[in-house]
Write a protein that binds this ligand. Structure first.
Ligand SMILES: [Zn+2]
Ligand SMILES: [Zn+2]
Length: 166
């Protein structure tokens, strides 16, 4: 398996490198960081001052697992905002760092890893998990992000065992 990290816009290199390490630590995958792309303004909603996550997702090339990372605020239909979005059993996922930031850069890095692992879990076919400590539990607030773990529970892990580090 290959995971391509696609920075969208200006993102701190340290954050992207820590994400790469976090993914390498969990997935049995070859991970590459692509050259940053610019934000596609056709995905910007001036009424909301946010980018549509589905629109940004569809701008990504559907190869291997491609994870877009943006520093801009993103939303999906019927949601005020989202931390990320993914194609279930597809190729593409996107995460936003915008609402994950903390004064403590390690906390920011940990949150980004959790949300990225979560969205990649969806790409691999996992749905939301009721286990609140599992990375696949749904989170729509920072408190929920901080409470959950950054790893898959035994049940989720058993479904995607081939893609995980032993
Ligand atoms: Zn989810
Ligand atoms: Zn789980």
């Amino acid at each position: 398996m290959r995971i391509l990290i696609q920075p969208i816009g200006d993102l701190e290199e340290d954050l992207i490198f820590s994400l790469e390490r976090g993914l390498a630590d969990r997935f049995n995958a070859q991970i590459s960081i692509l050259a940053p792309t610019t934000l596609d303004m056709s995905c910007f909603n001036p009424m909301r001052y946010q980018f549509n996550s589905t629109c940004l997702l569809r701008k990504l090339k559907p190869v291997w697992i491609t994870l877009g990372v943006t520093d801009r605020d993103i939303y999906a239909d019927r949601m005020n905002f989202v931390f990320g979005e993914a194609e279930l059993n597809g190729n593409r996922a996107i995460v936003s760092i915008y609402r994950l930031r903390s004064m403590d850069s390690r906390v920011t890095e940990e949150r980004l890893i959790k949300e990225a692992v979560h969205e990649i879990g969806h790409v691999l076919g996992l749905k939301h998990c009721r286990n609140r400590s599992c990375v696949m539990s749904f989170s729509n607030s920072l408190a929920e992000v901080d409470i959950k773990g950054s790893y898959f529970c035994a049940s989720c892990a058993s479904k995607i065992r081939a893609y995980l580090k032993e």
